[in-house]
Design a protein around this ligand. Sequence first.
Ligand code: NDP
Length: 323
Amino acid sequence: MPTAVQVTRTGGPEVLELAEIEPGPPGAGELLVDLAAAGVNYIDTYQRQGIYPIDLPFVLGSEGAGTVVETGEGVTEFAPGDRVTWQGVLGSYAQRAVVPASATVKVPEGVSDGTAAATMLQGLTAHYLVRSTYEVQAGDDILVHAAAGGVGLLLVQLAKARGARVLATVSTDEKAELARGAGADHVIRYDREDFAAATRELTNGEGVAAVYDGVGKSTIDGSLASLKIRGTLALFGAASGPVPPIDPQRLNSGGSLFLTRPTLGHYLRTREELDWRASELFAAVQDGSLNVRIGGRYPLADARKAHEDLQGRRTTGKLLLIP
Ligand code: NDP
């Protein structure tokens, strides 16, 4: 019987337990996949804690890559033996999973299963943020928080590729090195420095065109204070905790600012949109212009440790579970 990481009660990392679960045959439009790698994402920690409620029990994990074992009725674009990857499908911390064909793309040649699983959720996120939420323009100054994290390292690279000058925040020297390696022009240690003041100084008092903020509670005020007139704050996560209510008048006094709280699903509205974003990302991985850093690989049985490390700010890049 295949193994999976199950949640039977919400709580800390200790609620993650191995269980033997047969995902069953694929239904219409579905694929049964043997996983080679499952991606660990911050959203998994929100779901484990019950911040994003899910009916119990459930198998955690939203992202993976592996080989198709069997296809369900009506599936024409995938066949057994195909290497595939997906995101947004609960049940991916597992040796075997059933996934809808509609959420799945083929892994291109030359891209390993691990890199594919590491690219999907965080890569698609970085792509929609710099292409569609606030479309970065050549010459823009932008600010990326937690720049050595999974989404962060990808955001820095994609924004640089569009010709931006990238300011990046991190909390350790090792993370600063990684952010610089990804192309950040200026790295700010927001654990010991007022990053909004540093941003103003680095932009001659003007502020940045956009802030990409997945940190939330501890950064929101500084992020608003870092924007130039008519700048955009893309608040896409809350790694430090949920953001309290904001008075819209602050957007006025800050300089007619734009505040958005985007989510990946709303930027993958059609098969065409998924294929566009995924094909651009994988083309960049294949030609070497996008480096997807895998910061840690853990056996499925160590999912708890992966969560502790991620929430303990001890990780860089992407974490994978290897079934
Ligand atoms: P990361 O690898 O970026 O890990 C989180 C990082 O946040 C840490 O490494 C740490 O970097 C920073 N951080 C700052 N304060 C805290 C804190 N109090 N506790 C923990 N971490 C803190 O994770 P992901 O790349 O998986 O996700 C980044 C963010 O993006 C998350 O908020 C996630 O929910 C969000 N997200 C949103 C999506 C969307 O569509 N809206 C899709 C995907 C992700 P440092 O030590 O340098 O401060």
